[in-house]
Design a protein around this ligand. Structure first.
Ligand SMILES: [Fe+2]
Length: 497
């Protein structure tokens, strides 16, 4: 389209808006013009080539509330829930470890069996840190069994796999990459209604019971990505405080680190009204919208709770009060980041996890698996001190609040207010590194087997994570030289500390 034609189209749209809409700011480029005179003034302003117009910023955010049931022993109600919904047949997803544990064996399955005439089928082959191959297996199973309802009992891997199986059992002919986030996949919108899914988390970590996000490892590309769409959100999350009591100390910690950085990343993500471009249709508004007043409340509560209770669990994994608080914090952080998004720690974590299988082959202790694994929460934590040092100048006040929480003092304590804005990042680096050290987290990428020669590959694996990097404050154009330079510096500063 030539610029002259483009300009004429802009003018025509503005004239239309003044003639046919009482308040043109709801749908056109008039930018708040409420009467024809203003619109004509705007017309002059916008009668320039379309290419020269600024990309419009987002002006709205949406709140997708989660349906949660929280309490001790509530997993036992799940059979009644499916009966109440008139389920024809339930697909139960779990993994081989959880299949042997009380949440699945004693609570969920007994609850389904207690209902008369409630058929169910169990898929127990979910793998920790799912891959394309493991998703394809689960999808083929779901397509074959044609269930009317879904139940996921397990950690994030189980809940995410159940979401994907549900999606692709409804879209029977779709390819995996049709819905995977662009630019890795096509990122198509989900227009069909999916089957109702009830999620029962058995770790206090991912918050997947509250979100429409499902993550997988694209092994051929050596990084993780996923599908993020509200259509995949469970219709109910059953948050049972009994369900994490059999977890190892290492699992409590790695899951808790995920909660910690879901909270802190969503609180420091770019504000929703700074995100571009404004979607042309509400169906295109991403689930990850940027920080917003509703997500902030959930994220900050989860951050405070995690900083308080995770160290107590590290010292005593039998501290049931702290385990319960972390269950709630995981779900609250899920609501926070499910509406705001995460950014750099998660973006960088995906290649840390993916490349480990080819490179360092680090196997984290406390995980009962036969393949190399750095748990998701640990991969997120490794770059965290350097990430928040980098993001601090974008919103010093928010980072100052976070620093006060880590220091265990009020935001207006003189030890916090005395720090000039330019030094907040350095203080936060130290506070987060100390917090992680006290939990026994490896001190940087070197400690899990990476060498400095791996830095370019880690940066290359981060750049395609547009879904989260678009929310990173201060990173600039991620596909340009600036973005690459910033990422390289963050990864270098995460190497050893
Ligand atoms: Fe996470």
């Amino acid at each position: 389209m030539s610029s002259a034609v483009a300009s004429r189209n802009v003018v025509r749209r503005l004239i239309n808006a003044t003639q046919h809409s009482a308040c043109p700011c709801h749908g056109c480029r008039a930018g708040g013009a409420h009467n024809p005179i203003q619109a004509l003034q705007q017309m002059r302003k916008y009668a320039t080539p379309v290419e020269a117009l600024p990309v419009e910023k987002e002006y709205a955010f949406e709140v997708a509330a989660a349906n949660l049931r929280f309490g001790e022993g509530v997993t036992r109600e799940v059979g009644m829930d499916f009966k109440n919904m008139g389920a024809r047949k339930v697909a139960v997803f779990t993994d081989p470890n959880v299949a042997k544990l009380p949440p699945q064996r004693w609570y969920a399955i007994s609850s389904l069996e207690a209902q008369e005439d409630l058929p169910f089928e169990v898929y127990d082959r979910v793998v920790a840190e799912p891959t394309e191959e493991s998703w394809r297996d689960a999808i083929a199973w779901a397509r074959k069994h044609d269930c009317s309802h879904y139940l996921a009992v397990g950690g994030g891997s189980v809940m995410d796999t159940a979401k994907a199986a549900n999606l692709f059992a409804v879209y029977k002919d779709a390819d995996l990459f049709d819905f995977i986030n662009a630019p890795v996949g096509k990122g198509l919108p989900i227009k069909e209604k999916l089957r109702p899914l009830i999620a029962v988390p058995t770790t206090a970590g991912t918050g997947s019971e509250t979100t429409g996000t499902a993550i997988l490892d694209i092994t051929s590309m050596a990084f993780k990505t996923g599908i993020a769409n509200r259509a995949m959100k469970p219709m109910l999350g059953i948050v049972d405080t009994l369900n994490t009591r059999t977890c190892s100390r290492e699992l409590h910690i790695s899951a808790g680190l995920d909660v910690l950085f879901h909270s802190l990343e969503s609180y420091t993500a770019i504000p929703y009204n700074e995100r571009t471009p404004r979607p042309a249709n509400p169906i295109l508004r991403p689930a990850y919208q940027g920080s917003n007043p509703v997500a902030d409340i959930f994220s900050m509560w989860a951050l405070r709770t995690t900083v308080q209770h995770l160290p107590r669990i590290s010292k005593d994994p039998g501290n049931f009060e702290s385990l319960s608080q972390m269950m709630l914090a995981a779900s609250f952080a899920g609501i926070g980041f499910g509406n705001a998004g995460v950014h750099l720690c998660h973006g960088i974590s995906y290649p840390i996890s993916g490349l480990n299988k080819k490179g360092p082959k680090f196997k984290y202790s406390g995980y009962n698996v036969d393949h190399p694994i750095i748990p998701h929460g640990v991969t997120v934590a490794l770059p965290a001190p350097a990430v928040f040092q980098f993001t601090a100048p974008s919103s010093p006040d928010r980072h100052r609040e976070a620093l006060a929480i880590f220091q265990g003092v009020g935001t207006f304590d003189s030890s916090i207010t005395a720090i000039p804005d330019r030094d907040i990042g350095a203080h936060l680096f130290e506070a987060i590194a100390r917090f992680l050290d006290n939990l026994g987290v490896p001190r940087g990428l070197k400690a899990v087997g990476y060498s400095r020669a791996d830095i370019p590959a880690l940066v290359d694996g981060t750049i395609p994570q547009r879904r989260v990097l678009d929310l990173a404050p201060g990173i600039g154009d991620i596909v340009g030289e600036d973005g690459r330079e910033h990422l390289t510096r963050i990864v270098e500063n995460s190497f050893e500390y």
